[in-house]
Ligand binder design. Sequence first.
Ligand code: AR6
Length: 197
Amino acid sequence: YAQNAVACRRDFAEDNPDLVLFQPDDDLNDKIAIWEGDITTLEIDAIVNAANGSLLGGGGVDGAIHRAAGKGLLQECRLLHGCDTGDAKITHGHDLPAKTVIHAVGPIGFKPDLLRKCYWRCLELCDKHELRDVAFCCISTGIFGFPNREAANIALTTARSYLMYEESQIEKIIFCIFLQTDKKFYDYLCPFYFPPA
Ligand code: AR6
């Protein structure tokens, strides 16, 4: 994302003159990526699904992940007996190129604490299962209607806090972007939370 980052950071600072800017930190920045495309194609340790409380599939990215993973995923999900909002559970990737799927249940509507908790739980699961790279879709911003810009803000700030303050082995957090609206918000906000040197 570094390409436009310096200009974006300057714009951000001009738009938000009262904010204290974070200091550049290359080690932290190396762990963050923004990638546009279909999350089901990623060959990594974990992809994060935007599921619902039943964990039995649905539309949006959930539908795409279940289609690509095959019936084995649904069978494994049945054994999990659902999941609370703001929490997440992990399964194997089955026919996906990803090793595991973390099924996160985001809030319906604007409930920032629950979305924050969702991202945090996913990152905790990565460390618990020694998963080094993880891709997030934009949880709750589709069918569940969470505002895109604030969701991007929460995703980035939670990732930053987690990497800064937890003893984490995670090497890469990829924000998988599917829509141009989200690309715009991530490009704008990322240089604030992860400022380039
Ligand atoms: N790869 C990456 N991102 C995707 C893909 C894909 N293949 N397909 C869609 N997205 P949504 P939610 C993006 O609606 O709002 C389901 O029925 C999409 O553009 O999938 O959390 C579940 O079962 C958006 O940015 O999830 C739940 O009932 C993001 O993924 C409910 O929808 C999330 O949009 C969850 O709603």
